[in-house]
Design a protein around this ligand. Structure first.
Ligand code: AKB
Length: 325
């Protein structure tokens, strides 16, 4: 069993939106000392520092990555460090370098040291304007228009190659936009769906950078974490797709999200001033077919739009009242 043979986990990008919560979930499950958090761009939270080891790591630096894997006897890596879609377009050369070099380093170390397992998130950004936008299939056209999407599509092929050529047990899901209350996202198109909550609670107003009817696939953080844990626990025979699995939980437009928030904050007003980010949203799917993930390893999300909004507002309102927002 994976759990019994598992010794130590390394999480790169542990101070980011997903990493900050996934690291804590892994520490709960496997013990704080067994989960090493690595980051370098954002400062680690007290919670991250107080619940287990923290190391400074730029995952494009293979020597340091290698040293950490040796020192902590790591056998499983969750490689989350990445430059996202909007930030990536500001400096495409850097986004390609960071995203590809870090993934290559992780896969090479997994091959050289015979690591047990690697998790690497892909994204709906692998799709492009030629892809069917409704119920986007698992196997379809991947011609992304952002450098982030290009690096994710190339990364999927690299993971598939390392599995078939070297037997590296790397597993991946294509995350949609992730909504969370703990750590803000780091520069993507779907960031609006987090910003809107902070502004609604603090100022009762939000100006959205996407059009009112720009529907995108989304997921709440508990489901995002569950997807990573579940695919990593599945028996290898159940992972039939070695590029990356489509996963989704809900799809909504900014107007639908604003209407749901208004049910909790009646005087909330949302305005729309679409900018260059709308063009990226237009190239991404509206809804996703994730039946392969459901059939192969039992993927099933728990949160829909109403449940997610209720939970976000409860959590952020509490922080606002306590002066911590
Ligand atoms: C982004 O908007 O860039 C990310 C993503 C969908 O991967 N949240």
């Amino acid at each position: 069993m994976y759990r019994k043979t598992m010794r130590k986990i390394l999480v790169t990008g542990a101070t980011g939106q997903i990493g900050s919560e996934l690291t804590l979930a892994l520490r709960d499950k496997f013990g704080g000392e067994n989960v090493v958090a690595a980051g370098h761009r954002r400062p680690p939270s007290d919670k991250l520092l107080n619940t287990g080891p923290f190391v400074y790591l730029d995952a494009t630096d293979k020597k340091t990555l290698d040293k950490i894997v040796e020192e902590y006897d790591i056998d499983t890596i969750y490689h989350l460090a990445a430059v996202l879609s909007v930030v990536g377009e500001k400096d495409p050369q850097n986004a390609w370098r960071v995203n590809m070099e870090s993934l290559y380093n992780v896969l090479e170390i997994a091959r050289e040291k015979n690591l047990t397992r690697v998790f690497w998130p892909s994204s709906i950004a692998v799709f492009g304007p030629e892809t069917p936008r409704v119920k986007t299939p698992q196997n379809t056209i991947l011609i992304p228009r952002t450098i982030y999407g290009v690096s994710k599509a190339a990364g999927e092929l690299l993971c598939n190659y390392y599995f078939h050529r070297f037997g590296v047990d790397v597993r991946s899901v294509r995350y949609p936009g992730i909504i969370s209350s703990e750590t803000p996202p780091g520069g993507g198109v779907t960031d609006y769906a987090v910003e809107i909550f902070y502004e609604a609670i603090k100022h009762k107003r939000y100006t959205c950078f996407l059009k009112a009817d720009a529907v995108l696939p989304m997921m709440y953080m508990p489901d995002c974490i569950n997807a990573a844990l579940k695919i990593m626990e599945a028996d290898p025979s159940r992972i039939k797709c070695r590029t990356s699995y489509n996963v989704t939980a809900m799809s909504f437009s900014p107007a639908e999200l604003a209407a749901e928030i208004k049910r909790h904050i009646p005087d909330f007003v949302c305005e729309y001033k679409p900018d260059f980010r709308q063009q990226i949203a237009d190239s991404w799917p509206m809804t996703i077919d994730d039946s392969a993930a459901r059939e192969d390893w039992g993927w099933r999300p728990e949160y829909d739009l109403a449940a997610m909004v209720k939970d976000m507002i409860e959590k952020l309102s509490k922080r606002f009242v306590e002066g911590r927002l």
